[in-house]
Design a protein around this ligand. Structure first.
Ligand code: GRF
Length: 250
């Protein structure tokens, strides 16, 4: 499956502070990410990232999960909010769905969104939902990843950007960033080191998607259709920015 290119729009889903959201907005503003940010949706009214986005003039929506007794109803409200934001930018809300350009389907970008998405939402946006997870998947799906890395005595830890499927933290991996685990690390020191890399990794991976450089082959995501070692992207915190990403940006 080749992902469509051109005039990509992102709708970013958050539940908290939104530092990854900020990194995506910054990358879109300085040209590293050739996408528009159509809007931000939060499931929590107190998410500080939501207030930040509104302050930047970005369209925001609140879909408070506590207002929905059933997961299906929450999923539907979430899908409506996402599509409203995307349509507002594309200005095609009035057009029948079959007449909408492919670009009207947004990339749904999970950035610290702490609700599990239901099957109906995942299938509606199949292949277009992306997540960042603070571990080197398939290690440590779920919560408390930094604590688990420390408890295991891991020497390396990191973050993963992957496509979202119905299985939690299990979709095709697009890119990973690696950090060392240092003696004496606390959970929060390690989380900070990983987060710094997340802010480099997410805009880069989103740019590949938006530019149509990612394809899927048997459940495996390929960059530029190749499984060559230099297309298997790992950002390492000890590598300088240019050499770590040489030839991979854009
Ligand atoms: C990040 O560590 C991300 O990997 C995880 O949730 C955290 C969100 O942080 N999914 P922020 O809200 O983007 O600052």
């Amino acid at each position: 499956m080749k992902t469509p290119a051109a005039s990509a729009k992102l709708v970013v889903l958050i539940s908290g502070r939104g530092s990854n959201l900020r990194s995506l907005v910054a990358a879109a503003a300085d040209g590293r990410l050739d996408c528009g940010i159509a809007g931000v949706v939060s499931n929590r009214p107190d998410a500080s990232g939501l207030a930040w986005a509104a302050g930047q003039g970005i369209a925001t929506r609140l879909v408070d999960h506590r207002a929905y007794a059933e997961r299906a109803a929450f999923d539907q409200a979430l899908a409506n909010a996402v599509q409203d934001l995307a349509d507002a930018v594309q200005d095609v809300a009035h057009a029948p769905s079959e007449a909408r350009p492919a670009a009207a389907t947004p990339w749904v970008v999970l950035a610290g969104f702490m609700r599990i998405l239901g099957e109906s939402f995942v299938s509606r946006y199949s292949g277009r939902i992306v997540n960042i997870h603070p571990s080197l998947l398939p290690l440590y799906p779920g919560l408390h990843t930094h604590r688990q890395a420390l408890d295991d005595g891991a020497l390396l830890h990191g973050a993963t950007v992957h496509l979202v499927t119905a299985a939690l933290d299990r979709g095709p991996i697009l890119a990973q960033a690696i950090v060392p685990v240092l003696r004496g690390d606390t959970e929060s020191a390690l989380a900070d080191r990983v987060l710094t890399m997340e802010h480099r990794l997410y805009p880069l991976a989103m740019q590949w998607l938006a530019a149509g450089r990612i394809s899927l082959d048997g459940g495996c995501a390929l960059l530029d259709g190749s499984d060559a070692a230099d297309r298997r992207v790992l950002l390492h915190s000890m590598l300088a920015e240019p050499s770590a990403t040489a030839g991979l940006a854009g």
